[in-house]
Ligand binder design. Sequence first.
Ligand code: ADP
Ligand code: GLC
Length: 481
Amino acid sequence: MRVLAVASEIYPLVKTGGLADVTGALPLALASVGAETATVVPGFPAVLQALSNATVIHRFADLFGGPAAVLRGNAAGLDLLVVEAPHLYARDGNPYLGLDRQEWPDNGLRFAGLGAAAAALAAGIVPDLEYDIVHAHDWQAAMAVVYLHFHSGPRPSTVMTVHNLAFQGRYRASLFPRLGLPTSAFSLDGLEYHGDVSLLKGGLAYADRITTVSPTYAREITGIDNGMGLDGLLRRRADMTSGILNGIDDTIWNPATDTLIAANYTRDKLVRRAINKTALQRHMSLDQSVEKLLVGVISRLTSQKGLDMLVDQIDTLVADGMQFAMLGSGDPWLERAFAAAADRHAGSVGCTIGYDEVLAHLIQAGGDAMLVPSRFEPCGLTQLSALRYGAIPVVSRVGGLADSVIDANPAALAAGVATGLQFWPATPQALRYALQTLLVLWQDKPAWRRMQRNAMAAHVSWRASAHRYVALFESLLGDRP
Ligand code: ADP
Ligand code: GLC
């Protein structure tokens, strides 16, 4: 089976969040269960630099305002089809924002260009390349699904995966005539959304199947609280929708072989983990004590992630005797609030503002726990790595967090299956109570060790989920349009 994935980010070339981790890891996981993937990505400077063995396989005379080429090549073990369109993608900044942190005003066209190029490839514009499935990731790729829906002639089946419904690719109606679609597409059943154009809505309306990145999030988005205004459409399409939990790349995230941490360890050699704790405490200027409960945070700092609730409670939690190691970036007020907490609590709160992959590994290996207090979380990857590294995840009971952590309630503790703590509702008080409960568990060292070992044995790799994707793709082969 041949899959054409479409995505705006792919680890390790371009990453702003977990989307890139998934699009980077899934092709390798699918390959191990018999599905080959090529991924269509925009020709951002970082992608073009990394590309090797590139050959031009197609040229577009005009792709939304300028000439473009599709380059086929490899980077980081990935088979890529790169849309080289300098007028759309040759810019400094991140994939969506300029250096001034403002969205590029032509993002609608930039990602319609990605979708149009991918749809043309899927529809056979290059004779030797044929695909069974088009797998579109998030709003940036949704137009591939839309263009294929309106393509006359044979085409692969389409799967639209939602990584985060909060990002929809919504633009003014004036974008619509430039997309080259039939006018019928600008309707309640198509891309029209409260008088605007929503690229994601188009993908959700026209995809043969919809998936999202956890079973619980698949249910949550059909309700008004988490549907982000698309719950009506998602309820209508519920029979076509399923949730497949993400995994992590267990070659990158493996405490037994990780070269970015101070000491390697396994479930059976957990004592060596303390070396990482000391290294982390030293790195973040925390008091060096093995006895203190050290809670890690690695996150984008946005309201989704709920870390304002930690800011609210941090004075009390430090007074209770906890330490915090926080790595993140995002909303300026939250960055300032964490920096201020670190000043107020020197030795107990460490704070690094920015993006730092090496430190992220050390926090997973050296922290005793990992806090993920999201208000909503389609899947979440940091709690999966935390499980693998024996950093006990403390999570709000939403989306993929609910699906991946076994709460240490009395029944789970008695049965010896707990892997972390869940709390609900997502309020500062519930967060504080959860961390205080964790502190009580921390005092019982044998019980803590048992929980760490359970966590490290949890299935967080892509293996099971790769099989689920292949099963979904295979179910579509019969009804190829
Ligand atoms: P989201 O995609 O919503 O931000 P996920 O948990 O799915 O959340 O994925 C986040 C990814 O980004 C993880 O791989 C996490 O380790 C990483 N990450 C987030 N913030 C940072 C940071 N400041 N430094 C390094 N890695 C980070
Ligand atoms: C999004 C979600 C996150 C998920 C990631 C990868 O960024 O916010 O929960 O893990 O996509 O699917």
